[in-house]
Design a binder for this molecule. Structure first.
Ligand code: NAD
Length: 498
C-alpha cells in the first residue's frame, strides 16, 4: 500500500462523435455494403457496443479495387509527385489537429491507455505522413533506380494492436510512391481507420485513392485474393501470413508480410539495472503486450538475475491497471475476449509445464477483458511460453551465463522480428547485434519507433521492410519493369475470391 492514492484523471470522451453505424469508404464516399451485412465493435474495457460497422463482401471488395484502379490510372498515377506530397502533408497536419479525437477513439475501440494512444500512436501516425510526404518528390534518390514507378493498386490488411498506426505505416509509403490503396482494418478495431477516411475527405484526397473496407477474415481473404491488385501488404499473425503467401504464390502480385515475434530482451551483468528494468517493463507491458516486437522473453545473466527480478517485481507492483481513458493508467484492457482466452490458455500451459507464475496484487475491473501483468520464472526453452507468441502482458524469464549462450537462446525461435541488449559495453552491443537474427536490435532501449527507421522480420516474422527509405521499396518498380495485371482484370470483373 502506498501512503498516497491517485485521483481519477479521465480524459473526456466528448471530443468523439460516435455514429451508431458506419458504412464502407469506397470511391471517396461512405456507402452500404451490397448485401447489407454488419458487425458490432465493442469497447473492451466495458463491453459496451460502440457502433455497428458494415461488413464488406466480395462484391464490395470488387467495387473498392475498381475505384482504386480508376483513381490510379486517371488521377494519382499521372499526378506530379510534388502535388501528391501536398496531400500527404495536409493529412499529417489534420491528424495533428484532430489528435485528441483520434487518441480517445483509439483507446475506446482498442482498450489501450490514453497515455499511449495520445503520446505514442497518434504522434507517430502524423510523423509517418510527414516523413513520406517528404519522399514523394524525391523517389529517384531513394536508391531504387533512376526512374522508379508505382506498382498500381495495393491491398493492405492490418491487425488490431496499433489500428491507426498500422494504417499509417501502410498508406503513407504506398501513396507517396504513387499507388492507390484498399485498406482492411481488423474487425475489433475499425473505428479509427474510418475516422482517418473522414480526414482524407477533409484533405480533399481524390476519390478512390484510398478505400477502406471493414470486415473480418473473410473480407481480408476476398481482398488479398482479388486479382485486380498489384501488391498485397499484410500485418498480422504468421498463420494467416502463410495462407496469403500460398494464395499469391505464382501470381504477379507483389507481397510483403509483417508477422509475429517472440523477442529476446537480453540483460548483461554490467547493465544499469534500474534502466534495464524500465526497458523490460516497456518491452512487454507497453500496449498490454499486444506488440509484435514485444520483449516477451527476458534473458538475464545468471549473476544478476536475483537483483533484476527483485527490482522488476517492485516496479510491477506500481503499475496501474484500469480505465484506458484515465491518464494515470499504465495497463489497459485486453483487446477482445478471444485474445483474453488465448492469453489465459498459454499462461495455464506455463503453470502446467512447471514454470512459476508471479503477479502483483492487482484488482481487475468487473466488466471488460483484463489480464494482470505476469512473470514466469523457471522457464526453459522447451516450454510453450518460451516458444509461442502470447501477445499479452506475460513475460517469460530465462537465464544465461555467457554471451554465446545468450545469442544461442535468443536465436532459438522460429521468429526474428526484434531483440534488445542491455550492457554498458559498446563493443558487446555490436557483437550481439551482428549475431542476433532479428530485423531490429535495440541497445539500452526497447520499443522505439521512428518513421525514418526500417522495421521488419526474419524467418517466420515475415519479409519486407516498413519505414524509412527501405519502406518505399515495397511500393516501387524500376522504370523498365512490366507493371500491373492483364487488362481484362482491370475492370474489377472476374475477380478471384477466396
Ligand atoms: P490475424 O492474422 O488473425 O489478423 C490480422 C488481420 O488479418 C485482420 O485484419 C484480420 O481480419 C485479417 N485476416 C484474418 N484472416 C485472414 C485471411 N485468411 N486472409 C486475409 N486476412 C485475414 O492477426 P491478429 O490476431 O489480429 O493480430 C495479431 C498478430 O499480428 C500477432 O501475431 C502479431 O505479432 C502480428 N503483428 C505483427 C506486426 C508486425 O509488424 N510484424 C505488427 C502488429 C501485429
Amino acid at each position: 500500500m502506498t501512503d498516497w492514492d491517485y485521483a481519477p484523471a479521465p480524459e473526456s470522451r466528448d471530443v468523439v462523435r460516435l455514429r451508431s453505424s458506419y458504412g464502407l469508404f469506397i470511391d471517396g464516399r461512405f456507402s452500404e455494403p451490397v448485401d447489407g451485412s454488419s458487425f458490432k465493435t465493442v469497447n473492451p474495457a466495458s463491453e459496451e457496443v460502440l457502433a455497428e460497422v458494415a461488413e464488406a463482401g466480395p462484391g464490395d471488395v470488387d467495387r473498392a479495387v475498381a475505384a482504386a484502379r480508376r483513381a490510379h490510372t486517371d488521377v494519382w498515377g499521372p499526378m506530379r509527385p510534388a502535388e501528391r506530397a501536398k496531400y500527404l502533408y495536409r493529412v499529417a497536419r489534420l491528424v495533428q489537429e484532430r489528435s485528441r479525437e483520434l487518441a480517445v477513439l483509439e483507446s475506446l475501440d482498442n482498450g489501450k491507455p490514453i497515455r499511449e494512444s495520445r503520446d505514442v500512436d497518434v504522434p507517430l501516425v502524423a510523423a509517418h505522413f510527414f516523413h513520406y510526404a517528404g519522399w514523394a518528390d524525391k523517389l529517384q534518390h531513394a536508391g531504387f533506380g533512376p526512374d522508379p514507378r508505382p506498382l498500381g493498386v495495393a491491398g493492405q490488411v492490418i491487425p488490431w494492436n496499433f489500428p491507426l498506426l498500422m494504417a499509417a505505416w501502410k498508406l503513407a509509403p504506398a501513396l507517396a510512391a504513387g499507388n492507390t490503396c484498399v485498406l482492411k482494418p481488423a474487425e475489433t478495431t475499425p473505428l479509427t481507420a474510418l475516422l482517418l477516411a473522414e480526414i482524407l475527405q477533409q484533405a480533399d484526397l481524390p476519390p478512390g485513392v484510398v478505400n477502406v473496407v471493414t470486415g473480418a477474415g473473410g473480407t481480408g481473404r476476398a481482398l488479398v485474393s482479388h486479382d485486380g491488385l498489384d501488391k498485397v501488404a499484410f500485418t498480422g499473425s504468421t498463420e494467416v501470413g502463410k495462407e496469403i503467401a500460398r494464395t499469391l504464390a505464382g501470381t504477379r502480385t507483389r507481397l510483403t508480410l509483417e508477422l509475429g515475434g517472440k523477442a529476446a530482451n537480453v540483460v548483461f551483468d554490467d547493465a544499469p539495472i534500474d534502466q534495464a528494468v524500465e526497458g523490460i517493463v516497456n518491452g512487454i507491458f507497453f500496449n498490454q503486450g499486444h506488440v509484435c516486437c514485444a520483449g516477451s522473453r527476458l534473458l538475464v545473466q545468471e549473476s544478476v538475475a536475483e537483483p533484476v527480478l527483485d527490482s522488476l517485481k517492485r516496479r510491477l507492483a506500481t503499475l496501474r491497471l484500469g480505465d484506458p481513458l484515465d491518464k494515470n493508467t499504465d495497463i489497459g484492457a485486453i483487446n477482445s475476449s478471444v485474445q483474453l482466452d488465448r492469453i489465459r490458455e498459454l499462461a495455464a500451459a506455463g503453470d502446467a509445464e512447471g514454470a512459476q507464475r508471479w503477479q502483483p496484487a492487482c484488482q481487475l475491473p468487473d466488466r471488460g477483458y483484463w489480464f494482470p501483468p505476469t512473470l514466469f520464472t523457471g522457464v526453459s526453452q522447451s516450454h510453450r511460453i518460451a516458444r509461442e507468441e502470447i501477445f499479452g502482458p506475460v513475460l517469460s524469464v530465462l537465464t544465461f551465463r555467457t554471451p554465446a549462450e545468450a545469442v544461442e537462446k535468443a536465436n532459438n525461435t522460429p521468429y526474428g522480428l526484434s531483440a534488445g541488449v542491455w550492457t554498458e559495453k559498446g563493443s558487446r552491443i555490436l557483437w550481439m547485434a551482428q549475431r542476433l537474427r532479428a530485423g531490429v536490435v535495440w541497445a539500452n532501449t526497447f520499443n522505439r519507433f521512428d518513421p525514418a527507421s526500417p522495421f521488419g522480420g526474419y524467418k517466420e516474422s515475415g519479409f519486407g521492410r516498413e519505414g524509412g527509405r527501405h519502406g518505399l521499396e515495397a511500393y516501387l518498380a524500376e522504370g523498365n519493369e512490366t507493371l500491373g495485371p492483364p487488362k481484362a482484370e482491370l475492370s474489377g470483373d472476374g475477380a478471384r475470391h477466396g
